[in-house]
Design a protein around this ligand. Structure first.
Ligand code: MN
Length: 258
């Protein structure tokens, strides 16, 4: 029997500890090809580099790094590296959670979404920041990936695994959630470089949100492992407000235009 083929990528780069932890966690489930950015590309979202060339190198057998975004890596691997269509794309294990609106910014989710857009089941995995984060997430990622390999239709799943409760070695609780409201202490910090020129940092640390367990933000805050099924059709479920707007839209064509 042919072993499943699993493509692994991330947005923290080929050297990120979470990538190795992911590969170790999945190795028992199938043959693995790694294709990850050569440097950290967190916050790349679904960016693709179609306006410039890519360089790709095989670091060691089956481990490739690419001079592009996480989406570039999955695109390149699916269309060029993989000897057959993979059965699963796994992205991570990211250093830090990807919750709520993070999914729009996250390269971890972007890489998984690229696999799913191309018809392959995909799993984005994120854990706590720090050395322990990926280790806590690994057994949960393994269990979800194993189930996903058996799924009758492709799915796109966003998994976030918090540290277990203090001293906890017991079973982890996994819940299905919706995307919640991710809150950050947003702001723009103006600074000055050694040459006296201004520069800026945008963004800030996350803030504690609700602990409502229906949503990924709340579930993770409550110490639960959160599994959110995503879909890529951004169309609003209710078209009526746009229809109402359309009734008030008057397009004026300038005289003399073709
Ligand atoms: Mn990252």
């Amino acid at each position: 029997m042919v072993r499943p083929l699993i493509l692994v990528s991330n947005d923290d780069g080929i050297l990120a500890p979470g990538l190795t932890v992911m590969v170790d966690a999945l190795a028992e489930l199938g043959d693995i090809i790694v294709c990850a950015p050569e440097a950290e590309r967190s916050g790349s979202g679904h960016a693709i580099s179609f306006h410039t060339h890519l360089r790709a190198h095989e670091l060691r057998s089956g481990w490739w790094h690419v001079s592009g975004t996480p989406v570039d890596c999955v695109y390149f691997a699916l269309l060029h590296l993989c000897p057959r269509r993979p059965d699963l794309v796994c992205s991570g294990i990211n250093a830090g959670f990807n919750l709520g609106s993070d999914v729009f910014y996250s390269g971890t989710v972007g890489a998984a979404a690229e696999g799913y857009m191309r018809g392959v089941s995909a799993l984005a995995v994120s854990g706590e920041r720090g050395a322990e984060g990926p280790l806590h997430a690994a057994p949960v990622a393994h269990a979800v990936a194993a189930a996903l390999l058996e799924a009758p239709t492709p799915l796109l799943l966003n998994l976030n695994v918090p540290a277990p409760p203090a001293g906890g070695l017991g079973p982890r609780e996994l819940v299905v959630t919706r995307l919640g409201q991710r809150k950050y202490r947003d702001g723009v910090q103006p600074r000055t470089d050694p040459m006296g020129r201004p520069y800026y940092w945008i963004g800030g640390p996350p803030e504690q949100g609700s602990t409502d367990r229906e949503h990924d933000t709340g579930a993770v805050a409550a110490g639960l492992c959160s599994l959110t099924p995503l879909h890529l059709d951004l169309t609003a479920p209710d078209l009526q407000p746009a229809h109402a707007l359309l009734d008030r839209v008057r397009i004026k064509v300038p005289e003399g235009s073709p």
